[in-house]
Ligand binder design. Structure first.
Ligand code: CA
Length: 317
């Protein structure tokens, strides 16, 4: 935990987090047959205990799902904290700022563009919190995922998570920036002790709480068809990782998001929950396309046979 965070939130007094920016479901249009595209789903819920939802998420752009176009596709999940107004403001600011800054970035390097977007969003949220007493001390987690061509990058601050699911299994790509997870990494706590620790929701790093923040940047291995990524706020923490894997493996991205939100609520719905699932798929070739290719090959073979017949006819007497 940084000293500034500790000053803002003494241990055990970190404000609860809650609420949402409701994003309309995007109509993603697949690209040309045979090309890779991203099939995704998203869901959020305030849970069964909190009075509102301070989670926020965003997907950019909405017009297409082709990672080879322009700056690729950006997915962002944020989980705000800092009282009723502050938590909501911080998470929505993070999503909007990062979408805007990433889109406007002139940097061709995705990792650099993400780092700059997070740095700028952090400064904006921090400045806003110092200008309005009602927003003092607000902050947010933020996990962003960019797909560009056949690669993916993650930028991350806080305890929201990114997972990658392949045929080999499920892997958590991000580290939780929470006080108890830092203690687990230092071997001061076991994972099972951390799971029930009273300070398990106390963050060690968040966006907007201090003027400058350290940002984790992760590059995923090369993408292949079927690779799936899951972003979530910590409202999904009660759902076992095996259940995440099962839902993503057996359901469509949207069905998986809906099912996992239901599971979080069935386990008590103690917190706001947000889930985004993105799968790399390939646009199927339509039957007419396949028949067209068949007739072209057939015509080439017939022409070759005719030419062979013409050249190999009986010699002149
Ligand atoms: Ca939360």
């Amino acid at each position: 935990m940084t000293s500034a965070l500790r000053a803002a939130y003494p241990p055990g007094t970190m404000p609860k987090r809650d609420e949402i920016m409701a994003s309309p479901r995007p109509a993603a249009s697949p690209s040309a047959p045979g090309r890779a595209y991203l099939r995704y789903g998203h869901a959020t819920h305030q849970g069964l205990v909190r009075a509102d939802n301070q989670d926020a998420y965003g997907i950019f752009p909405r017009e297409h799902a082709d990672p080879t176009r322009g700056a690729g596709l950006l997915f962002v999940v944020a989980d705000g904290m800092g009282g009723h107004q502050g938590g909501r403001e911080a998470s929505q600011m993070a999503v909007h700022q990062i979408e805007e800054r990433y889109r406007a970035s002139a940097l061709r390097d995705v990792a650099q563009a993400l780092r700059q977007a997070f740095t700028d969003a952090n400064a904006e949220i921090y400045t806003r919190s110092t200008q309005d007493p009602a927003l003092q001390g607000m902050g947010t987690t933020c996990t962003a995922l960019v797909f560009r061509r056949n690669r993916a990058w993650i930028a991350h601050v806080g305890d929201s998570r990114a997972y990658r699911i392949t045929e080999e299994g499920i892997e958590q790509l991000t580290q939780d920036h929470s006080r108890v997870e830092e203690m687990v990494r230092q071997q001061l706590l076991t994972p099972s002790e951390a799971a029930t620790h009273p300070q398990r929701n106390v963050l060690s790093r968040a966006l907007g709480v201090v003027p400058e923040v350290e940002i984790d940047l992760i590059e995923a291995p090369a993408l292949e068809t079927g690779h799936t990524f899951l972003l979530c706020s910590d409202g999904l923490a009660d759902v076992p990782v095996e259940a995440l894997h099962e839902a993503v493996r057996t359901l469509s991205p949207q069905q998986a998001c809906d099912a996992l939100v239901q599971q979080a609520n069935a386990l008590g719905g103690h917190d706001n929950v947000t889930v985004v699932v993105v799968r790399v798929e390939q646009v199927p070739r339509p039957a007419t396309y396949r028949w067209g290719a068949f007739f072209i090959v057939l015509a080439i073979v017939l022409m070759a046979l005719l030419l062979m017949g013409a050249c190999g006819g009986p010699p002149a007497q």
